[in-house]
Ligand binder design. Structure first.
Ligand code: THU
Length: 137
């Protein structure tokens, strides 16, 4: 199991998420979001939401985070922190919990307004690649 994150690791994630939030393109919702993640090889990744005049195709900040992870070499997310415009901790939407699950899995740590949790705690009984293997015809 990966070693627990230090206070400094978490602080870096928070400040990186706030910085990413500052780059958000959110003219329609006026709700900028930033997220930062730590990969299992120590890479620091981030993303912001990018909206669209065709509202439904807007991208959540977590989409950018996962894209950054894959683009820079892949690996697994071990910790994530998502923030709103005030820099307050924001819970990922349901779809984005699924995105994080794919690339972090149950062990990945995440900050919530109630403190640090695992992805398994915020997405219980998650659907994942294992289910595809088990249930394939
Ligand atoms: N948003 C995110 O970027 N991540 C989330 O987990 C929740 C919602 C964005 C989508 C949209 O641009 C704005 O917040 C308002 O919903």
């Amino acid at each position: 199991m990966a070693p627990a994150l230090t206070q400094d690791d978490w602080e870096l994630l928070r400040s990186t998420a706030v910085e990413a939030m500052g780059q958000a393109y959110a003219p329609y919702s006026n709700f900028p979001v930033g997220v930062a993640g730590l990969a299992d090889d120590g890479r620091l990744l981030s993303g912001c939401n990018v909206e669209n005049a065709s509202y439904a195709v807007g991208l959540c900040a977590e989409c950018g985070l996962v894209s950054d992870l894959v683009r820079t070499g892949g690996g697994r997310l071990v910790a994530v922190w998502c923030v709103d415009s005030r820099g307050e901790t924001l819970m990922p939407c349901g779809r984005c919990r699924q995105l994080l699950w794919e690339h972090g899995g149950e062990q990945c740590r995440i900050q919530t307004p109630e403190g640090e949790r695992s992805l398994a705690e915020i997405l219980p009984q998650a659907f994942g690649a294992d289910d595809l293997t088990k249930g394939a015809r």
